[in-house]
Structures are given as C-alpha cells and as structure tokens.
Ligand binder design. Sequence first.
Ligand SMILES: [Zn+2]
Length: 349
Amino acid sequence: MPLVSMRQLLDEAAKGGYGVGAFNVNDMEQIQAIMAAAKETNSPVIIQASRGARAFAQDRFLFHLILAASELYPEIPIAMHQDHGNSFETCKSAIELGYTSVMMDGSLKEDGKTPSSFEENVAVTKRVVDFAHDRGVTVEGEIGVLGGVEDGHGAGGSGLEHVTDPDQAVEFAELTGVDALAIAIGTSHGAYKFTKKPDGSVLKMDVLIAIHKRLPNTHLVMHGSSSVPKDLQDVVNEYGGKLKETWGVPVEEIQLGIRNGVRKINVDTDNRLAMTGAIRKVLWTQPEKFDPRDYMKPAREAMQKVVAQRMTQFGQAGHAGDYAPISIAEIAKGYADGTLATRPLVAAK
Ligand SMILES: [Zn+2]
C-alpha cells in the first residue's frame, strides 16, 4: 500500500471510535518490530521520526526503510510522520522527502526548549498548514507545553507548568486549521513522568475532556504517553540497569482519552525499555555472545510484543482492511475545495 495521509487514518479512527499508536523509530529493527505487530494485529499504524532520529539514521536511510515497510506490507495503511518539527524548514524538508504528515511544535521556539508566545505559535503553525495542505500533507500542532526532555527536545519541568487552556485551544484550531492537536495535560516526555501512580491532581483528563467538548472535530493527540510498565523497568534493572522507579500514563487513562477524542497516542519510552531490557539480558546472561543478531533479534521481538499490546489496547487492531487509501493528490484537492476544511465547528461553551 502506498503511504497514506495521517488525516485519512485519523478520520477513519474517529469513525471507528478507536485510537492509533504513533511509534518512534531510529533504525531498521524498530520499523520491523512495528510492522510485525501491525500484521499480527491487523492494525493501521503511524510511524514517526523525530529530528534526532532523522539526524541519527540520516534522512534517506530512514525514509527508505519506512518506504520498504509500505512495500512489504501492502495490506497495512501506514502514515509517515515528522515528530516535533521545530521550524517551518524542518517540516518543509520532511514534506519534500515524502512524509505524509508533520507536527509543527510551535509551542516552543526554534531552539526546541523555550516556550513561545501564542502569536508566534499561531504564525509558524499556520505557515506550515498552508504549505502542507497544498501538498496533501497532514499537520499536527501543539498548544500548551509538555514537561520533560527527549532527544534534546522539550522545556523540562513537570508538565503542570503550561497545561493547555481550552479557550486557547479553540482559538488556535480556528486560526491555524490544523488536522490534529497535541495538548498538554500534565504528561512529560522521557521515562520519568510521574513519581507515583498519577491521579487527577497531576494528569488532567478533565482538561482533555473539556477541550474535546469544544472541538469535537479536531483529532486530539496525547504525547508523553508511554505507560512505563514496572515489568519492563524490572528487566532492565535485573540485568545491570540503574533505572529509578517511575510511573507513566496508565493504559486505562489513555482509553478514557480515546473515548473523548484522542486519536493519536505517541509511544516511545516503552519500546526503548523493552529493547534495552532484552539486549541487557543477552549480554548479562550470555557474555560470550558478540554477534549483534544475538541481541537485536530478541530486542526486536520484545518491542513487537509491546507494540502489539498497545495496538490492541488502543483499539486499532483489526482495522487495517477497513478502507482503501486515498491518494495524497486527492487529499490535496480536498483541502483546496474545502471538503477537508479543518477549521472546527466550535461547540458552545
Ligand atoms: Zn512529543
């Protein structure tokens, strides 16, 4: 199957009432793990690359690896997404490479660290939307600022300092016309999200629900949404790792989000933990091993297991064959003639 528009993938998810995992990749084994899980569970999927990933793997390598996935798995709809674009130029370069979706994270300035003003965020996001929609490419924006740092990107802090204001979210969606909107509800990037199992004082699901009520037609995105399960932490620590105890976003909270307009859920940390645990186990228990395949194969299998589990929990499992892909050129026409207009039908307060 050719790569599909993330907009089509999320519109279908909204119709079906499910969420779609967006899994980060840096290398071949991670892409293979995601695709094996998608095939196993018959799931549409979003494969995403951060700026750090594009630099690590080199653009052409990563692009062609994801393209290979779409050739090898013609039955699986795949959207190729730029995670956390920091500037118009970053998004433009992804679109010109062939990504079918970009995130313009204008919640931070171009340095990827300093919170920006609302006006700056609107201006840069609107510029990306105009460029992307002309070419049939989907745009995710962000309003509010997440906590933590990952891949050198992030404002740090706890995640509670810049929780999204629902009024601003509505204004932002109206002014920019984004297809999807990432919101800050107390979550953070990286492994250290919460110091205990999160409750409503630190994970603001009520804010998410309020935003969905006001923006029923905008696809909401949860970032920093790994669950960081204890069993994955334990494997790493059992074989010589030194992770501090930490809590992620419980799957039942994500499922509550999915019932309230969340269509894209970003997961990275859980996969990193699964792979690292599997590699540590081989190197710790079989120190005579030195063929990378001896530890990369179990690492790939461990990640496949986590991804397949999330696909089932998010509800995307079983939906790969629900629809035929709409060409990116057709999608561009939809934006141009207004049938895919994304400015929200704003519900009353
Ligand atoms: Zn993120």
